[in-house]
Design a protein around this ligand. Structure first.
Ligand SMILES: Cc1cc2nc3c(=O)[nH]c(=O)nc-3n(C[C@H](O)[C@H](O)[C@H](O)COP(=O)(O)OP(=O)(O)OC[C@H]3O[C@@H](n4cnc5c(N)ncnc54)[C@H](O)[C@@H]3O)c2cc1C
Length: 612
């Protein structure tokens, strides 16, 4: 047995226990019990707690804290080497309103009813015409509206560091039109190694971790939940989980990465674990967009060439959804994933590194994996974007995404009024970049007819203008950055696992010559780029990876107002909760919905009757 006995003293009722088990989590079945999914009921469990939370991100940490505050013992199981998920490397912009103390302090009127009305308003559309709130589940929205302000106060009480400024509408999406609701977590760049990539989300997430540990939550890091164990085949309570050891060793290193804090960690290297949840399991695994097949259920265009924002720190691999579906859970709110929320697929302003949602710090613990900081683009006039064939396909300056509706975007705003559609800055062509980017081209072929990568093409003048450093570790020459003295040579050098065929030199040369003629003419008749500024003419020439990202998961497991997971018959699966991006029915970007649903799930999970 591993030495994972908890160090603090808890009563038997609330304790986290470790017991001897038959080898492996899945070997034996209790009398008369068949188990479910791939997880079978073990004779004895490796670990036990009242509430087992899967995932230590924006939903998981609040869930764990609320559960422990509700008197439950709690184990958080996290597959990564450290806590935080996407949330710790997020921008930390946190949409929570409904009458928060921050809103009151700055004289902003808001209420749960206003939040509810906003987030169920059918008449609101984004600048590309797609509706923000039309397909939201009303029961899930009501629960969010009612718990939004309490969640904000809870985050602050547990140390979340928000800027003391009036809540605004900056950095968020799908916040509702009636009141400013965006709060901004603070993290000072370079303040310390507790931030994996110096991101503002750390100012929200590390304090929650600290609070959870101080309140007695235990963390089982480097373990991935692989299945849920339910009493019967699609019937009865969820009893626990199985998990597998998933230490992360970076290329060129021999020892696994270590978490920033280790107090309260359950130390184990056992290959597999069974963990009993006496009251409930909470799925807070962060969604499904890193799972190629799962995401293509919603949009077949999202082929493997696309990476996901937040990778490779953590992955939205649908493991929560799949484990719950294996014991009968239903998915919910498919439209919210399929509709073109601009930030579901986005082109990023970072080049020459595979995971190009943000630039990477040299100190980022996963730097040996990401291999390059990347080059930040400030002005799309410095380059052209071509597809894998070597052809331009859209106005590069329109690569940004339409954000969801925010405060005051529709003005005047009359709730549920058909005229709201006419009052937005409606510009579908401005926001079709990503549709053109994932459209088929001459190289698209079987099996999936992928559009392939996008390449930014620029010259030595652009490098000088931007003061880009075009050597490692700023660029990744291993498939994501190339240079040559001629365009023909450059095209022939582009080799990447997603590039279907070599780019033809004459195609790239013709594309650049045509573009240069547009600079002379002062207009772009092909794609309407406004007054193209710079020719691409001075060697060396460069090709840098610029492929779009998938961003959010907006559809997931069906939950009710208490965040209980529902089955295909619309019945609650006893003992199973879900919050955050793995939960369906709620079209909003990010931290607001995730923290709030974690808060709700934690309260209700702790209030469950123990199965003892
Ligand atoms: C770069 C970036 C910037 C962002 N900026 C903002 C912003 O400014 N404002 C905003 O509102 N939103 C932002 N978001 C979105 C926001 O961070 C996410 O919506 C939010 O973190 C999702 O919370 P979650 O708990 O569902 O998932 P996460 O926070 O990702 O946490 C999920 C955790 O579950 C773990 N996990 C997954 N599967 C398993 C398993 N089987 N077993 C054990 N553990 C598992 C993962 O490793 C991860 O740690 C940003 C996202 C990214 C990637």
């Amino acid at each position: 047995m591993e030495n994972n006995q908890p160090k603090h003293d808890l009563s038997r009722k609330n304790s986290i226990t470790t017991t001897a088990t038959v080898d492996g989590a899945t070997d034996s079945v209790g009398p008369g019990e068949v188990g479910a999914g791939t997880g079978r009921i073990p004779v004895s469990w490796d670990l036990e707690a009242d509430v087992v939370v899967i995932g230590a991100g924006a939903a998981g940490l609040p869930a764990a804290i609320k559960a422990v505050e509700g008197g439950a013992s709690v184990i958080v199981v996290e597959t990564n080497y450290d806590i935080g998920g996407h949330a710790i490397i997020s921008g930390g912009n946190t949409p929570l309103g409904g009458g928060t103390s921050a809103q009151r302090k700055y004289g902003i009127e808001d209420s749960p009813d206003l939040v509810f009305r906003d987030l169920t308003d059918w008449s609101i559309v984004q600048p590309n015409g797609w509706p923000d709130y039309r397909y939201n589940d009303r029961a899930v929205m009501r629960a969010f509206a009612d718990h939004c302000a309490p969640t904000y106060e809870f985050l602050v009480a547990n140390g979340a560091d928000f800027k003391d400024v009036p809540p605004d509408n900056q950095g968020g999406h799908n916040l509702g039109n009636s009141a400013p609701r965006e709060n901004h977590a603070v993290w000072t760049k370079g303040a310390g190694p507790e931030s994996p990539n110096n991101r503002a989300g750390t100012g929200l997430i590390r304090p929650l971790e600290n609070s959870a540990r101080a309140k007695g939550v235990k963390f089982l890091l480097n373990y991935k939940m692989t299945s849920l164990i339910r009493k019967g085949q699609n019937t009865g309570r969820v009893l626990g989980i199985t998990a597998q050891h998933t230490p992360r060793v970076m290329p060129g290193q021999t020892t696994p990465l270590k978490s920033f804090r280790s107090d309260g960690n359950i130390d184990s290297t056992k290959p597999a674990m069974s963990i009993r949840a006496r009251k409930a399991v909470i799925i807070a695994t962060g969604g499904m967009t890193s799972n190629l097949n799962f995401r293509r259920m919603f949009d077949p265009r999202l082929t493997e060439v696309l990476t996901v924002a937040g990778e490779p720190y953590t992955f939205q691999d649908a493991s929560g959804e799949l484990a719950a579906m294996a014991i009968g859970a239903s998915l919910w709110g498919f439209a919210n994933q399929t509709l073109e929320n601009g930030d579901n697929i986005r082109t990023q302003r970072v080049l020459a590194t595979k995971w190009n949602y943000m630039t990477w710090e040299l100190e980022f613990p996963l730097f040996p994996l990401v291999r390059a900081t990347g080059l930040a683009v400030k002005d799309w006039h410095n380059l052209i974007l071509v597809n894998q064939v070597g052809k331009r396909f859209y106005d590069e300056t329109k690569g940004d995404y339409p954000h969801g509706n925010v405060y005051n975007e529709i003005n005047p705003y009359t709730p549920n009024d058909y005229r709201n559609n006419e009052r937005i800055d409606y510009h579908p062509s401005k926001y079709n970049f990503f549709n053109a980017a994932v459209a088929m081209n001459e190289y698209s072929g079987p099996p999936d007819y992928s559009a392939g990568p996008l390449w930014a093409i620029f010259d030595a003048d652009a490098v000088a203008r931007n003061k880009w450093k075009v050597t490692p570790p700023y660029v990744d020459p291993d498939g994501y950055f190339f240079s040559a003295d001629t365009l023909t040579e450059l095209a022939s050098k582009i080799k990447n696992e997603y590039q279907a065929k070599p780019m033809k030199g004459e195609t790239l040369r013709a594309t650049v010559e045509r573009y240069n003629s547009f600079v002379d003419a002062g207009e772009d008749p092909d794609f309407g780029k406004p007054k193209p500024k710079y020719k691409i003419q001075t060697p060396p020439f460069y090709a840098a990876w610029a492929t779009p990202n998938v961003h959010d998961t907006r559809s997931g497991l069906r939950i009710n107002a208490k965040c209980q997971v529902m089955d295909m018959n619309g019945q609650v699966i006893p003992g199973l909760y879900c919050g955050g991006e793995s939960a369906g029915g709620f079209n909003q970007h990010g931290l607001g919905r995730c923290t709030t649903q974690g808060y709700i799930a934690g309260i209700n999970a702790a209030a469950e009757k123990s199965d003892e």
